[in-house]
Write a protein that binds this ligand. Structure first.
Ligand SMILES: CC(C)(COP(=O)(O)OP(=O)(O)OC[C@H]1O[C@@H](n2cnc3c(N)ncnc32)[C@H](O)[C@@H]1OP(=O)(O)O)[C@@H](O)C(=O)NCCC(=O)NCCS
Length: 191
C-alpha cells in the first residue's frame, strides 16, 4: 500500500472511532484529577446565574483535602472526556449511615447531555455494592436541575430534624453561608 492510501486509511479509522466512541466515560477519581475539579465545579455553577443565584459563584469550591479524603474512601467519581480529562464529578461521605452527596457538578459546556445522570447511576451502583441503602443530599427545591431533577430520579424530600443531628449541622452550616433555607430541602433516595 502506498503512503497516500495509508493516510486515507488512517483518516477513515479515526473518523470511525470518533463516531463509535462515547463522548465521556465514568471512572473512580485519581489524585491527579484533583486540581481539575475546582475549575469543573466553577464552570458548573455558572448555571445558577440563570436563577439569580450568582452569589454561589463567589463561594469556595470543595476543599482539595476533602476531595483526597473522598478518593481514599473510594467515594469520588469523575466523568472524563476522550482525553481522560474530568468534565464532571460526584462525591460524598457517610452521614448518619447514609451516603450523603457532597457535590455533583458537570462543566457548563457538557450539561444537559446525560453526564450527571450517568455519574449518579454509576455512583449508586458502587455504593449499593458497598452496603449503603440510602442516598441523601441538600438542594434547591424548585430548580429544574436540582430538586425537580432529583424528584424525577426518585428522591423524596425529608424532614431535616428527623434525619439525625449531623444533618441538622449541615443545615445550619448552609444557613451560615447565606443560603435562603426556605428554598432549600433535604432529599433522600432509597437504593
Ligand atoms: C445538576 C447537574 C450536575 C446535572 O448534570 P447534567 O449533566 O446537566 O445532567 P443530565 O444531562 O444527566 O440531566 C439533566 C437534567 O436536568 C435538566 N437540566 C439540566 N440543565 C438544565 C437547565 N439549564 N435548565 C433546565 N433543566 C436543566 C434536564 O431536563 C435533565 O433532566 P432529564 O434527565 O429528566 O431530561 C448539572 O446541571 C450541574 O452541574 N449543575 C450545576 C451544579 C449543581 O446544580 N449541582 C447540584 C447541586 S445539588
Amino acid at each position: 500500500m502506498d503512503g497516500l492510501s495509508l493516510l486515507a486509511l488512517a483518516a477513515e479509522t479515526v473518523q470511525r472511532y470518533e463516531k463509535s466512541a462515547p463522548d465521556f466515560t465514568i471512572r473512580r477519581a485519581r489524585y491527579t484529577d484533583v486540581p481539575q475539579l475546582g475549575p469543573v465545579e466553577r464552570s458548573a455553577a455558572e448555571l445558577f446565574r440563570s436563577a439569580n443565584l450568582d452569589f454561589l459563584l463567589d463561594g469556595p469550591t470543595v476543599d482539595q483535602t476533602f476531595l483526597v479524603a473522598m478518593i481514599n474512601a473510594n467515594h469520588l467519581w469523575v466523568a472524563v472526556d476522550r482525553m481522560d480529562d474530568p468534565i464532571g464529578f460526584v462525591g460524598g461521605e457517610n452521614i448518619e449511615g447514609n451516603f450523603h452527596i457532597v457535590e455533583i457538578s458537570v462543566a457548563r459546556l457538557f450539561q444537559g447531555k446525560g453526564v450527571g445522570r450517568a455519574l449518579m447511576t454509576h455512583m449508586i451502583e458502587d455504593i449499593r455494592q458497598e452496603g449503603y441503602n440510602a442516598i441523601t443530599l441538600t438542594t434547591y427545591r424548585d430548580l429544574d436541575w436540582n430538586g425537580r431533577w432529583y424528584t424525577r430520579m426518585g428522591f423524596l424530600e425529608m424532614d431535616v430534624e428527623s434525619m439525625g443531628p449531623d444533618y441538622w449541622k449541615i443545615w445550619q452550616i448552609e444557613a451560615r453561608h447565606g443560603f435562603n433555607m426556605a428554598s432549600r430541602c433535604l432529599m433522600r433516595k432509597i437504593i
